[in-house]
Design a binder for this molecule. Sequence first.
Ligand code: 5GP
Ligand code: ZN
Length: 117
Amino acid sequence: MAGEPQDDCLFCKIIAGQIPATVVRESETTLAFRDINPQAPTHILVIPKVHHPDAASLAAAEPLIAADVLREAGGIAGEEKLDSYRIVFNTGSGAGQTVFHAHAHLLGGRGMQWPPG
Ligand code: 5GP
Ligand code: ZN
């Protein structure tokens, strides 16, 4: 069922504590932890505790939780003292999505180009 934990989902396993992660912040609806392969000095993933395959489907099913993800990302950017940062939702394998549990990448601590590669 939409939103239920998925046995084959890496991020559901992190939420369940079955795979370790460096957690930086947790709320009732979200979990934030450091990316295992950081692409910037600060690279944190913010995920909803409910399973949806991507950000748009999360927003369609659970708009308040999608807003929680964004608010948490902004709060962490403040804690990390980032004055400039990027929040990215890769959607679809062609855009680089490899984990099909909705997640925001919070990237900061270095200069960034636009448009991205
Ligand atoms: P995507 O490519 O789907 O947008 O982002 C998935 C992210 O999850 C990647 O940046 C990848 O480095 C990260 N990742 C993959 N496996 C793990 C893991 O086991 N632990 C953590 N902390 N991050 C992971
Ligand atoms: Zn999941």
